[in-house]
Design a protein around this ligand. Structure first.
Ligand code: PEP
Length: 252
C-alpha cells in the first residue's frame, strides 16, 4: 500500500529561531493528536540540524529543499546530499519549479541530484508540473512525462521506489488558484499510468503522488479523496502550525 504523505516546503521563510519554534509547535501538536499519514517538513539547510533535534522522527520526517549536483569539493556555497543526510534529514525536494525556473536547473542537473540523493540514503520528493501556457495548450501530459523521463526514469525499479512524485501545476503555486480535484485526479492518474508503462503496475500502485499548489485545509479533503492523490506538498500553508495541521487532518 502506498503511503499517504503531507509534506511542507518552507521555502526561504523563517529565521532559525522561528523555524525551531514552528517545528517544536508542530511536534507537540502531532504528539497530542497522532496523524493518519506520514508528515514531512522540508526546511532551509541552516534549520536542518537543529530541527532534527526537536522533532520525533517517528512522527515527522525531515527534508531539505535542494541539494548539490556534485558529490563534494570546491563548489562554494553548495550543500551536498551527504551533508543533508548527516543532519538527520531523510528527504530532499528536487525539481521544484522555482529551482527549475530561477536557478536554471535542467533535467540533466536534476538527474545528477537525484542519483546523489539516493546514493546518500535520502528519499526524493520529485516535483513535476506544467506552466499556465502549457496547460492552455493542453500540453500538461507531455510536460510531466518528459520531466519524469528526463530525470528519474533512468533509475532501477528498486531506486524508483524511493521517489515520491509531487505534481505541482506552476500556475497553482502560491497563486491561490488550485487545480480542481477533477483536474488533479486526471493528471495524477495519467502520471501513474506512465509509471506503470515504465516500471509495471505494482511499482506504479506503490508510488505516492502528491498534489501541490495552493493546497489548504479547506480544499485538502476534496483533493485527498481522489483515488490517485496520495497527499500534498504544501508551501504557504505549511508556515503556520494550525494551517498545516488542518491539512494533515484532512486524512482523518
Ligand atoms: C510549493 O511551492 O511546493 C507549493 C505547493 O506552494 P503553495 O502551497 O504555496 O502553492
Amino acid at each position: 500500500m502506498r503511503k499517504k504523505i503531507v509534506a511542507g516546503n518552507w521555502k526561504m521563510n523563517k529565521n532559525l529561531q522561528e523555524g525551531i519554534a514552528l517545528a517544536t509547535e508542530l511536534n507537540e501538536a502531532l504528539a497530542a493528536d497522532k496523524p493518519n499519514c506520514d508528515v514531512v517538513i522540508c526546511t532551509p539547510f541552516i534549520h536542518l540540524a537543529k530541527v532534527s533535534e526537536v522533532i520525533d522522527h517517528s512522527v515527522i520526517g525531515l527534508g531539505a529543499e535542494n541539494c548539490a549536483d556534485k558529490e563534494k569539493g570546491a563548489y562554494t556555497g553548495e550543500v551536498s546530499a551527504e551533508m543533508v543526510k548527516s543532519t538527520g534529514a531523510e528527504y530532499v525536494i528536487l525539481g521544484h519549479s522555482e529551482r527549475r525556473e530561477y536557478y536554471k536547473e535542467t533535467p540533466e542537473i536534476l538527474k545528477e541530484k537525484v542519483l546523489l540523493a539516493l546514493a546518500n540514503g535520502l528519499k526524493v520528493i520529485f516535483c513535476i508540473g506544467e506552466s499556465l501556457a502549457e496547460r492552455e495548450a493542453n500540453k500538461q501530459n507531455e510536460v510531466v512525462k518528459a520531466e519524469l523521463e528526463g530525470s528519474v526514469f533512468n533509475l532501477s525499479a528498486e531506486d524508483f521506489g524511493k521517489i515520491v512524485i509531487a505534481y505541482e501545476p506552476i500556475w497553482a503555486i502560491g497563486t491561490g488558484k488550485t487545480a480542481t480535484s477533477e483536474q488533479a485526479e486526471e493528471i495524477h492518474s495519467y502520471i501513474r499510468s506512465v509509471i506503470a508503462d515504465k516500471y509495471g503496475k505494482e511499482v506504479a500502485e506503490n508510488t505516492s503522488i502528491l498534489y501541490g499548489g495552493s493546497c489548504k485545509a479547506s480544499n485538502a479533503p476534496e483533493l485527498f479523496a481522489k483515488p490517485d492523490i496520495d497527499g500534498g506538498l504544501i508551501g504557504g500553508a505549511s508556515l503556520k502550525c494550525a494551517d498545516f495541521k488542518g491539512i494533515i487532518d484532512a486524512w482523518k
